[in-house]
Design a protein around this ligand. Structure first.
Ligand SMILES: Cc1cc2nc3c(=O)[nH]c(=O)nc-3n(C[C@H](O)[C@H](O)[C@H](O)COP(=O)(O)O)c2cc1C
Length: 202
């Protein structure tokens, strides 16, 4: 598949069919992920793949809890909350055959001195986010769907994901990525802002 096709076909997929995802596909997604640029060449990311039924059910519950918290935090009207709950609990939104949680190891340092703490953290998160994008594009090539889940970073939820991954507080969760074959075909979303608005040539 041409890169441009993968980029323009990618869309956030939130409904998956029950087909298993071959381990080989997951491996090649992670291989693509780690080709991403990594600040200071440190590769301080870790990809935790949840495939067992029990762990997937737990991750799914943490995602749905996070989504409900998110809707509450942004004061979404009650009928929209009901719709979300219907989608999640009746239609199986976010239920996936695989979840990949991407963490960074906060102990890995590039710069000396505490004045760089924030910068090192941001660089690590940026590197992991670039890896996630590679992983998502590779998924498109393999006919798989993904969505970036950020609500699992809410307080109380991130700790649970970390525990399930068997990691301590030295690790920070960058995102959880459900992976699976899309239940239906989806058209990519348009973008609201045109290029002229957001681009400046100087
Ligand atoms: C950092 C980040 C966090 C996100 N968190 C969530 C999330 O928690 N739940 C969700 O359903 N989608 C989440 N998304 C997906 C966005 O909603 C989605 O990318 C956006 O609506 C554009 O749609 P598209 O990806 O289909 O083009 C997240 C995306 C990013 C980049």
């Amino acid at each position: 598949m041409e890169l441009n096709e993968a980029i323009s076909k990618r869309v956030s997929v939130r409904y998956f069919d029950e087909r298993d995802v071959p381990g080989e596909a997951i491996r090649s997604m992670i291989e693509a992920a780690v080709r991403a640029p990594t600040a200071s060449g440190l590769e301080n990311w870790i990809f935790v793949v949840f495939t067992s039924e029990d762990s997937r059910e737990k991750i799914y519950r943490l995602i749905t809890r996070g989504m409900e918290e998110y809707y509450r935090a942004v004061n979404i009207p009650e009928e929209k909350m009901k719709k979300l709950q219907e989608r999640m609990y009746k239609e199986g939104m976010y239920k996936a055959p695989v979840y990949i949680a991407v963490f960074i190891d906060k102990r890995v340092r590039f710069l000396e001195g505490s004045e760089f703490d924030d910068l090192e953290f941001i660089w690590s998160v940026e590197s992991a986010a670039m890896a996630i994008q590679n992983l998502m594009l590779k998924a498109v090539e393999l006919g798989l769907g993904t969505v970036y889940i950020g609500v699992t970073n809410f307080r109380g939820i991130e700790e649970e994901v970390r525990k399930l991954a068997g990691l301590d507080e030295n690790y920070y969760l960058v995102g959880v990525i459900p992976v699976g074959y899309p239940r239906r075909e989806q058209k990519p979303h348009g973008r609201r802002r045109i290029l002229g608005e957001i681009t400046r040539f100087i």
